[in-house]
Design a binder for this molecule. Sequence first.
Ligand code: G6Q
Length: 520
Amino acid sequence: MFMETKSFQTLSKLSQRPVDLTKDGVLTPERIGKYAMKGEGFDLLYGTERVDDEVIEALWGLAEETDALKKMGLMQSGEVMNQIEGFESERRSVLHTAMRDVFTGRREEKAAREASDQAMRELEKLKGFLEGIDGQFTDLVQIGIGGSDLGPRALCMALEAFHLPHRRVHFISNVDPDDANLVLAKIDPRKTLVVVVSKSGSTLETLTNEEFVRERFAREKVDPKKHFIAVTGEKSPMDDPSRYLASFYIWDFVGGRYSATSMVGAVMLGFALGYEKFMDVLRGAHEMDVHAREAKLGHNLPLFSALLGIWNRNFLHLPTVAVIPYSQALIRFPAHLQQLDMESNGKSIDKQGNRCAYSTGPVIWGEPGTNGQHSFYQLIHQGTDVIPLEFIGFRHSQHKTDLSIQGTTSQEKLLSNLLAQSIALAQGQKNKNPNKVFPGNRPNRILLADRLDAHTLGALLAYYEHKVAFQGFIWDINSFDQEGVQLGKVLAGKILSLLAEKKQGSGSFPLGEALLRFLK
Ligand code: G6Q
């Protein structure tokens, strides 16, 4: 479907001669002013992408021909989206949006309404729970991995400026005992809540770390039943309320990497920020959900961001994307996006099971600016590969304290760096000395908001979720399963069984046995 569209043909032709941003008179103030889109508190500045009016028109045409908006509507109404037709697959609705559809905008469709009702019940339970434990705990340890760690951790770190006083949050994800030991060295079990998060209730790393931490509590004569909380799927192996102080539920229609706004992130964020501030995260996400499904072609921010990505990936043939937040608080956000994007769109068959004859999800990576400027920007400016960038910036810092040094505040210095990089990458620099030549034409765009607070963060999270989903819709791939991740779990399980069988092979997995020899 993707390659058969008329827009695909048009874009292929246009990509023979994309706009040259380094040419005199191309990158003008008028262009910067014109190529900007607004919505939900964000400005998307894309004058530094290699697009012109014709390309933009064809990109919107591509969204229309592939029914991208219709599919977003179907997803948010609870239609089964997670499947490969004609083959065994998960066959599930994809309803992470229902986790925040708990305010005014309840959907009429039964599946979506039931999902948001379930979410509301868990939220009310959480509210009561948080009131009940108020003043009893100073620390919270979240144990979980993948989707049960990355998104929640990124959000927690992003909002540290707004954490309640005297509340600290720690994370254990890696089965590396050093991870757990490091956290355990910082906490007093008597004053610590432990939230064990596993949708499946069967993830090796999480269950191992739970036992690791339980053992420490038991050693210190602290009853885990009064400190441990479970967040898991109903009827999972972890669904045993008798072992926990409280149990909260998540459902199979919320994918791990889309679960930060479900109970997977809610318990920890509710503890850290307070219930009401956590609800601001949901509010921001909900507003972006409504925007993603209702804003029309030409005005839809995450859809346009998805289209610009497709232009760079499929027509300019650029295989990676760097996401660079000019915000220290977003230090783990690229790691979350790495999972969100690459686990969702790292696929090479379409929804009918056919091999894709086109590229799909790019490699996503990133690190906050300005720090990145002092390391990998060298390659970004002068390397042989062109790397598109998505900058994220905020007009104001989270903390009100700032200082004017030599005429500018730190926040002004941060933003000036962002703007200067965006222009330099697009425009390049001519010089007689080849070592000082910057080729330019390095596509990039800026997503700008006022301040990184709970509401804006929720909207930012949802913006990226929808960008990824839109790309999947246009590429006609299933963005909601993860066979590649499942394989790793199965193989590790096999090797572990061998190791447990007296640490010598059973003969059933010779390659594993061969590798095990190297551990001796
Ligand atoms: C996310 C993935 C994966 C998952 C982890 C943890 O979309 O499926 O990262 O979140 O493997 O799984 P559990 O929550 O089931 O422990």
